[in-house]
Design a protein around this ligand. Structure first.
Ligand code: PLP
Length: 541
């Protein structure tokens, strides 16, 4: 067994075992550093993903009869780095952050302790930090930390699923035993994330009972349409139980009017004598911007530029209402600069968990007994990783002000990018409001964005511009080992004059999510676009 003991951290804190582990870390870090190049997205050379790439892997995978040992297997791991994208300044595709060092150390600590956050007896550190970050972030969004509760879960999507489950169990207390009744409905914007769609499938309500509400020009939910669709559901015998308010849509950072949504649901509850309609604020993308809720915009202690300040104060006008939502989420692995998966599902009223909690009889080997007093039997997961630890580490390292500075920089970089983009490309239009992301659309000839959103265009014309953008996205994508821009096939819907059904717009995406995306780097992005955007006449001519 001695031989195997050497493959583990020490039991007694001996330095030999520590150095062995440090050496492995050194191997990984050095291997990675040797491949880094800030002018390229990928570590080392990109590997060609041919059509039989995964088939070859299926055929070739071998589980060794005799283990390679720790050192050799870590050396083997280094091969995985080759061709991997690294989240340096060249990555501007999506909200995929470079994890900060404090969160990396927190993650390591979590792994070394291997706490199980199901139960504090097995995970004191994770339980403690989960309670701490729940209190800290409750203050940020205006929840009462004496009444709120939170737990880390599987992403923004996990938060949507768990909130829907709370909504069902609270609206229909019998649903847990008898199954979900078939007259329940949920509502979200047509631009919301697919998380709710999946949750409707998985919860058994069914996607036919998901009502999509039209979006306004600024990509927020159209509240007239919400009211109309809710009323129609009720008049046909349905029961609205849930509204998903998105604050920061995934592609365009559109922000739903949460206060307005709350007003609509309250009016509808009162008019029809309905139970509470649950509101989950999907703040997976935007939640970090609530760190400006307490910022003194008049004093402006960080000396932020006027245009940055203007965007941030517009955000605050929405994010200050987060306390109206029954639950929300902090997806730190998006704009919080931490590794996957670090998401905190935060609930305003911890009483809501009672509707989904397990009876102690159902949890025989863990739970509330003579020892241990934190047992998260209301989560869908059983064992849970202690991802509250890397979140906690990150919150300590940056503080409110550090996060404000990082988040303000994303806006600053995007404002600079927009200006330079439209100056360099007369046939390009920026298609969202100022945000950490810029969506933009190239036109073969004149910019028609205004015509598109006001319906003064034919469907074929819109589709031609879509094809043009698809060609450009493909062309840019071929050079993604240099700089990786994003794109989306459904930035929003438009209603052409001759079309009965909405047509989605295809756009390019610039997302700045790293401290290495700075204003100084913007010229480089524009040069990359100039070099690789296919001229319109080459496509249409
Ligand atoms: C990314 C995102 C999600 C999903 O979050 P994951 O952490 O990837 O599960 C949900 N909603 C919105 C608005 C998002 O942007």
């Amino acid at each position: 067994m001695q031989h195997f003991q050497n493959m583990f951290p020490s039991e007694d804190g001996g330095h030999e075992a520590r150095f062995e582990l440090l050496e492995l870390l050194e191997t990984v870090l050095t291997g990675m550093d040797e491949l880094k190049d800030p002018s390229r997205l990928t570590l080392g050379l990109e590997s060609e993903i041919s059509s039989d790439y995964y088939q070859n892997i299926i055929d070739a995978a071998v589980l060794p009869e005799k283990g390679l040992g720790t050192k050799k297997s870590v050396e083997e791991l280094l091969k995985l780095l080759e061709g991997h994208r690294f989240l340096n300044r060249q990555y501007v595709a999506n909200a995929t952050p470079l994890p900060n060092n404090a969160s990396i150390a927190g993650n390591l600590l979590m792994v070394l302790l291997n706490g199980n956050n199901l139960w504090d007896v097995d995970g004191t550190a994770a339980a403690k930090t989960e309670v701490q970050i729940t209190s800290m972030l409750s203050d940020i969004v205006g929840y009462d930390r004496q009444k709120s509760a939170g737990f880390t879960t599987w992403g923004g999507q996990g938060a949507v699923f768990q909130s829907l489950r709370l909504a069902i169990a609270n609206a229909c207390p019998e649903a847990n035993q008898k199954g979900t009744p078939n007259h329940l409905y949920a509502f979200c914007s047509e631009l919301s994330h697919f998380s709710l769609y999946k949750s409707m499938e998985a919860s058994g309500i069914g996607t036919d009972h998901l009502i999509r509400v039209k979006a306004n020009r600024d990509h927020s939910m159209d509240l007239f349409d919400l009211r109309e669709k809710m009323t129609a559901v009720i008049e046909n015998g349905g029961l609205p139980i849930y509204v998903l308010a998105t604050l920061g849509t995934t592609d365009t950072f559109g922000i739903d009017d949460l206060a307005g949504i709350k007003q609509v649901t309250e009016e509808i509850e009162a008019a029809y004598g309905l139970p509470r309609i649950y509101i989950h604020a999907d703040t997976a993308m935007g939640g970090m911007y609530s760190f400006f809720n307490g910022y003194d915009f008049a004093e402006n202690p960080l000396r932020l530029e006027d245009d940055v300040l203007e965007t941030l104060s517009r955000y605050k006008s929405h994010f200050q209402h987060l306390k109206l939502a029954d639950s929300l989420v902090f997806d730190f692995h998006k704009l919080g600069q931490t590794p996957y998966t670090t998401s905190l599902f935060l609930v305003k009223n911890r009483e809501d968990f009672k509707a989904v909690d397990l009876d102690p009889d159902e949890t025989p080997y863990v739970g509330n007994r003579g020892f241990g007093s934190y047992h998260t039997s209301y989560t869908l997961e059983c064992s849970r990783m202690g991802s509250s630890i890397p979140i906690y580490a990150s919150l300590l390292a940056f503080g409110i002000q550090g996060y404000q500075q990082i988040l303000a920089n994303y806006i600053r970089v995007n404002l600079a990018f927009r200006k330079k983009l439209t100056a360099a490309f007369p046939y390009a239009a920026v298609t969202n409001e100022a945000a950490p992301v810029t969506t933009f659309r190239f036109y073969p000839r004149n910019v028609r964005y205004h015509d598109e959103i006001s319906g003064n265009i034919t469907e074929e014309e819109v589709r031609e511009v879509n094809r043009h953008n698809e060609t450009i996205a493909e062309a840019l994508g071929r050079f993604r080992n240099q700089t990786y821009f994003g794109s989306t096939k459904k930035q929003r819907y438009v209603y052409p004059s001759d079309s009965q059904s909405p047509v989605p717009l295809y756009v390019q995406k610039f997302y700045s999510v790293s401290p290495y995306t700075t204003v100084d780097a913007v010229d480089g992005y524009i040069d990359f676009l100039k070099a690789h955007v296919v001229p319109a006449d080459a496509i249409t001519g």
